[in-house]
Design a protein around this ligand. Structure first.
Ligand code: GUN
Ligand code: ZN
Length: 427
């Protein structure tokens, strides 16, 4: 592919603004892409002479990096908005039956295709994704992601203490995981995550085996749930009586390290947060899910003060939207309830470069820095009459905050994956 330029308003927050990282904003900017990578990102007036021979497309809208969803379940797509239960009952009533259907590869293929198209429509170009216990559920997702050239990290769910219809065993869980890693390593933009569902659905032997897998493969992640719901936390404490807390359960099995991503982390004390920070582990903050299941309020400012890297997860099907914009709007409301006020630039960081850090991909995606992969989206701050009215003549801060509070899939005009148009809103 030859050089290609995009002239538009550009915005990127490649480093944590709360730690002094700068906001890169170019009202009349030029983004230059070659072979799927960013070559330049800056003021059009500065860059135009250097790229005088390059074909430049004018884009109406605000270009930002593609969103990174740090925690989402593709097999739960068809169970979003399932009424009437908190976590453990919701899993039994709604989720386990839905996941059992993924024993059928054709069903998995259909849901995977819809799911990935829905991510693109919402401006999400990278995600850390739960599959099901079935190895072919991962094959279905990875094949569909490969066809779309998306940066997707996933893994077969380990759950030897799951319900009868949805259970592996220590040996098959390990063998399937090893086979999937070998089958998919190095293909496209895919990555693997060893994925024990949570402490309650794996035996001690399976958790120990998961730790062995993580240690044996330095290029993979570990992805699980932690301290989401009070009933779950109590059940973990009742089973693991000698553990200091829930985090310590995972720690004992070698599952807490710089490549670990834990969804939720609501019911944790400061020493546990400090241990997460010391280990370099990351958190996926999933506000719509935490509201929907009545799980609790994640204290983002506390996690930040403790130095734990944090990204944003939609956590569909407990989450109620695939839109990272909607999710950031709910994150703001959670922060208010915790006595804080999530800043819109920090919010954009969390949904892009911050999420990339959590997934260990900070050098490749999330900031549109030269040399990084050219995943980006075009946002429309006038997507609805109300948004147009609220953002007319407003500052960048206020336009970004309006996107966060009022925006959703309607505000995503286009999605580019590795410099190529992958989805465009019909006008
Ligand atoms: N904990 C264990 N499994 C799940 C799940 O599928 N969704 C959520 N939100 N929490 C979990
Ligand atoms: Zn989840």
């Amino acid at each position: 592919m030859s050089l290609h330029g995009f002239r538009a308003e550009l915005l990127s927050v490649p480093e944590d603004p709360a730690q002094g990282g700068g906001v890169r904003h170019h009202p009349d900017g030029l983004l230059v892409v070659e072979d799927g990578l960013v070559v330049a990102f800056g003021d059009h007036a500065d860059l135009a002479p250097r790229f005088a021979d390059v074909a430049v497309e004018r884009i109406d809208g605000l270009i930002v990096p593609g969103f990174v969803d740090c925690h989402v379940h593709y097999p739960q797509t068809d169970r979003i908005a399932a009424h009437g239960a908190q976590l453990l009952e919701w899993l039994e009533r709604h989720i386990f039956p839905a996941e059992a259907a993924f024993a059928d590869r054709t069903h998995a293929d259909g849901v995977a295709a819809f799911f990935l198209d829905e991510l693109l429509r919402n401006g999400t170009t990278s995600a850390l994704v739960f599959a099901t216990v079935h190895a072919q559920s991962v094959d279905a997702l990875f094949e569909a992601a490969l066809a779309r050239n998306m940066r997707i990290v996933s893994g077969k769910v380990l759950m030897d203490l799951g319900p009868d219809t949805l259970r592996d065993d220590v040996a098959s869980g390990r063998a399937d995981t090893e086979a999937l890693i070998a089958r998919w390593r190095g293909r496209g933009r895919l990555g693997y995550a060893v994925t024990p569902r949570f402490a309650l659905t794996s035996s001690d032997a399976q958790l120990a085996g998961a730790g062995d897998l993580v240690a044996a493969h330095p290029d993979i992640l570990m992805h699980t749930h932690l301290a989401e719901n009070m009933g779950e936390v109590a059940a973990v404490a009742a089973r693991f009586t000698s553990a200091r807390d829930y985090l310590d359960v995972y720690d004992r099995f070698g599952l807490v390290g710089p490549r670990s991503v834990f969804a939720h982390c609501i019911h944790m004390d400061d020493p546990a947060m400090a241990r997460m920070a010391g280990a370099g582990a990351g958190i996926a903050f999933c506000p719509t899910s935490n509201f929907f299941l009545g799980s609790g309020l994640f204290d983002l400012a506390r996690a930040h003060a403790c130095g734990v890297k944090t990204g944003i997860g939609t956590d569909v099907g407990a989450g109620t939207s695939f839109s990272l914009l909607s999710t950031l709007g709910e994150a703001y409301k959670v922060s208010q309830l915790c006595g804080d006020r999530l800043d819109p630039f920090h919010a954009l960081y969390l949904a892009t470069a911050g999420g990339a850090q959590v997934l260990g991909l900070g050098d490749r995606i999330g900031g549109l820095q030269p040399g990084q992969e050219a995943d980006f989206i075009v946002l429309d701050t006038s997507a609805t009459p109300l948004m147009a009215r609220r953002t007319a003549g407003a500052s960048l801060h206020d336009r970004l905050f309006a996107l966060q509070v009022l925006g959703d899939d309607r505000a995503v005009a286009r999605t580019y994956v590795a410099g190529v148009l992958a989805w465009a809103r019909r006008t």
